[in-house]
Design a protein around this ligand. Structure first.
Ligand SMILES: Nc1ncnc2c1ncn2[C@@H]1O[C@H](COP(=O)(O)OP(=O)(O)OP(=O)(O)O)[C@@H](O)[C@H]1O
Ligand SMILES: [Mn+2]
Length: 481
């Protein structure tokens, strides 16, 4: 039986050799894994608060992972022929998006849990809305609040009074909207306050498939944008609230002649008007439901802060012709380096570039691709960007136009506080917090839940873009300011 013993010993040796070989191969592979396969380390400059966000304590309530149909300049979680056909590929963006997408999976896992600290913020913001009888003169309080850097303070006791007045004060005069291309009303309220009314065109569940600045204005987007600006601690959207008005009883009796001339009665008793503006047309009036017309009421910014328009360096071409020539930012991924050489962006004491980055994040979240000009306070170099006009938002909850994020993708910089706020709102917290605030609005529900959840997805996209920036530039200290 010696030969039997010899075979067993040989087999044993082979087995030991195989095990040793597999183990060393594994070790070798692990050592050479690309760094992206590991979770990125936390940023070097984060405050104690933001490092606490990373402790998963609340389970996430995010939607289960959806199927992704497009992963280019448009990210779509619904199959759509329109976006398939109109998917563009611009050299100023393509290389940046390739890196961005490589980070998405890891970032999704990293920011999957909801912060336990979010409840404190939501509670404070809600209290500002629900507390009443703080002031006898809401218009005066709003005027006092307005500074070149913000329109509503951090702690805004009395906000509930101002918004209540904006949604209930008698309308004493109505005229066609001031400037711009969209249908709106310019209203004067009891006490002399001026406000802008943007009417409802769409239902909450309507999905607008198409271009990034297409369709009529979304009045509910204006309301949501105001509360989002507070959640992000930007506080630069003029105070906005939903309101239902009776065209017959509240508008026609106080309307100027030029506005009154655009009114008509629809068969079936509805009242309609088409106003005076670039896109205003007799054939496309907006009508009430026989009783009231829903809309957004935005407080006019005090004349103490005169506003001026500045051209956005990332303005679109708005060119629909066959020769769709690309503008500079669409052609050149290093375009930001040109922008920072020109005033006011070149001025190190100017907050303008970082304000523009905040605006880019804000617009990407609401999917407003129409900020061709940005608004600032005249004669105030330290002025914030006043985020006026957010009507071109929340068109398609299944689609994210990543080109709106171009300023951030190309410049790779953001305020530390904005980043920390985004982290605080991650893990599904943004939709929850915003929904809680919007529930208190007179036209609640302001946003369909599909749009609320889209905000969570887009927030993750911003965080992925920032993580990609951190690795591209060699650390958070090059990205966060
Ligand atoms: N709340 C406000 N306070 C002060 N000024 C305002 C306010 N809302 C609008 N304006 C002024 O009216 C202009 C037009 O308003 P808005 O941008 O909302 O209109 P629009 O028709 O949507 O414009 P566009 O066609 O450019 O998108 C603004 O550029 C600004 O100068
Ligand atoms: Mn507009």
């Amino acid at each position: 039986m010696w030969w039997w013993w010899w075979i067993v010993r040989r087999l044993g040796w082979w087995l030991i050799l195989c095990v040793a070989f597999t183990a060393s191969l594994k070790l070798l592979l692990v050592a050479h894994l690309p760094p992206r396969a590991t979770l990125p380390p936390p940023p070097t400059q984060t405050s104690s608060l933001s490092s606490q966000y990373r402790t998963p304590s609340h389970p996430t309530t995010q939607q289960p992972q959806q199927k992704v149909y497009l992963k280019g300049e448009v990210y779509a979680v619904r199959d759509s022929e329109y976006y398939q056909k109109n998917q563009s590929s611009r050299p100023g963006l393509t290389p940046l998006l390739t890196t961005f997408y490589a980070y998405l999976t890891v970032v999704r896992a990293q920011y999957a849990s909801r912060s336990p600290h979010l409840a404190t913020l939501t509670h404070r913001l809600k209290l500002d809305l629900t507390k009443r009888r703080v002031t006898d003169d809401p218009w005066d309080l709003a005027r006092k609040w307005a500074t070149p850097r913000s329109l509503v303070p951090h702690e805004a006791k009395g906000l509930g009074d101002i918004l209540a007045a904006l949604s209930t004060a008698p309308i004493i005069a109505a005229d066609v909207g001031h400037q711009g291309t969209q249908l709106k009303l310019s209203l004067r309220l009891k006490g002399g306050q001026r406000a802008i009314f943007k009417p409802q065109w769409y239902g909450r569940e309507d999905v607008l498939e198409g271009g990034v600045y297409g369709g009529w204005d979304r009045h509910n987007g204006e309301v949501a944008a105001f509360h989002l600006s507070r959640l992000l601690d930007l506080n630069t959207v003029p105070l906005t609230v939903g309101r239902r008005v009776s065209l017959k009883r509240h508008i026609i009796p106080v309307a100027t002649r030029r506005l009154a001339n655009t009114f008509s009665t629809k068969r079936g008793n509805g009242t309609c008007f088409y106003g005076v503006c670039h896109f205003c047309n007799k054939k496309t009036p907006v009508c009430d439901n026989g009783h009231t017309l829903e809309g957004s009421m935005t407080l006019w910014v005090t004349s103490r802060l005169p506003l001026i328009n500045q051209v956005n360096p990332w303005k679109r071409s708005y060119n629909h012709g066959p020769k769709n020539t690309l503008v500079q930012w669409e052609k050149d991924a290093t375009y930001c380096q040109r922008v920072v050489r020109v005033k006011p962006f070149s001025d190190l004491s100017s907050p303008r570039l970082l304000d523009l980055m905040d605006a880019s994040v804000f617009d990407f979240l609401i999917q407003n691709g129409d900020r061709h000009h940005y608004v600032v306070v005249a004669g105030k170099p330290q002025s914030a960007i006043i985020l006026l006009d957010n009507g071109k938002s929340f068109a398609d909850p299944d689609v994210d136009h990543l080109d709106i994020l171009t300023p951030l993708l190309q410049c790779c910089r953001l305020r530390q506080v904005t980043y920390e706020r985004l982290v605080l709102l991650s893990g599904g917290g943004l939709s929850q917090a915003l929904e809680e605030l919007l529930t208190l609005d007179p036209i609640a529900p302001v946003l369909a839940s599909s749009h609320l959840h889209a905000l969570d997805r887009r927030l993750l996209h911003v965080l992925a873009a920032l993580s990609a920036c951190k690795d591209r530039l060699g650390g958070w200290h090059h990205v966060l300011f």
